[in-house]
Design a binder for this molecule. Sequence first.
Ligand SMILES: Cc1ncc(COP(=O)(O)O)c(C=O)c1O
Length: 507
Amino acid sequence: MCPSRKVELFGEPIAQNGLMATVDQSQTPYADALTRYAERDTLRLNVPGHNARVDGAQRLSDYFGHRILERDVTPFLPGIDSGEGNPLAQARDLAAAAWDAEKTWFLTNGASQANRIVALALAQLGGPEQPIIAQRSAHSSFIDGIILAGLSPEWIAPTVDFHHGINHGVSPESFEAALTANPNARGALIISPSYFGAVADVESLAKIAHRHGIPLVVDGAWGTHFGFHPDVPESPLRLGADVLVSSTHKLGGSLTQSAMVHVAKGPFAEQLIEIIDRTFVLTQSTSNSSLLLASLDIARSTLATGAGLIDTAIRSGDALRERVRVHPRLSVLSDDFGQFSDIVSHDPLHVSIDVSGLGCSGHEVRTRLMTEHHIVTEIATDNCVVAIIGPGHPVDVDRMMSALDSLARETPSAASRDRLDLPAVGEARMTPRDAFFALSEVVDAVAAVGRVSADTLAAYPPGIPNIMPGEVFTSEIIAFLHHTVMQPGGYVRGAITEKSDRFRVVV
Ligand SMILES: Cc1ncc(COP(=O)(O)O)c(C=O)c1O
């Protein structure tokens, strides 16, 4: 018989002073394990096929640097991500402790994967006749999850800022009404913060969900940093949410496409952990990227120990907002948040600027900032742009303001522009899954009016579906999609033509 030896970990077990909650968050066990592995003289006869060999992978190495290739390793390596107490498991435990979660999963296909995981998990919480309650302005990845899972959604309309043409969130009153109208609901999903930094009353929403006996999922894709500084909103998990979707690469500082999903220590923990373990396997690649995973380990440690970096970002955001406020032709969108019943605070790292006074659309302003001033903002809508300030160095506020000033000088008056309001949602005639898999045909825009969509179409960003499978096309929706693609940088996720002038409808 082959003598068995204990697998050695690439590193020490993480130092814990008793409780995990008080563990030293400066540790990065998985990232360190990859470094140790990379530094050891190993003959690599496995994937990835570049084998980290300079001779074979010279161009990759010149492009990315050799350290990236050395740390780009296949999964299931004993002592790194397999075996008891392995460094990857330690890294996930540290993340769970940082977010006060019962369990955390590291994802390599974004919060989009988290939303699909959540939808597939909700599908296991009840029978086919039990709807899920969700904010209608959920991200399109959650709609994808609804299609995959075959869920029947009951939508809650978010409040709408008609002046700026954007959706906000769900108020406790409308949430309570939706749960009362659907006493057999199996779970609920809301979004906080919004793409514009509006923060929902998660504490009240969680209490309502629990009173109705269901778990609350918060898609907190934009709020990874919440809870890590006294001047940013509290983390939804500490306010009672049962599941938190976190797009760590957005404001948490990890590499693009890396994300997390957390389950809270609440009443649904045991049940949810078991089903999310299953749906995680269903959605994660069997070759998840070690680089993305390591970036999650490092980002968690930086967030948990780097309040100073968040502080710098807050101060930069404040400075930019102050300058925008005193500008005669600009204003700060979040200054009006108090008018909306669903918004309790805002994220200081989102700086949302109403640029309609410049006489150009937000899309035009965003494109001109990028092409003429080499300043890239995150999102544009018809009349605003949103700047995102990640934890780190101070932002050059003067540069941003002088770019906006120069645009203002070129458009001396805010000439009236054609504005297009957010279209009302079309009537739902089929479930998203039935419509997605139904026999369909492609017709041009005029013929699509009054027909049931087979696709999810979402003006991007922000990626909120303007129509989803099962809903009826109206001429307003089609005009809005067309208007979106005609804007510089405008794009409709799910569109079958670049001009968004032909649509897939159910036969
Ligand atoms: C609210 C929300 N949820 C989920 C996602 C998907 O995140 P990711 O890009 O990490 O897949 C996004 C992306 O913008 C989002 O805005």
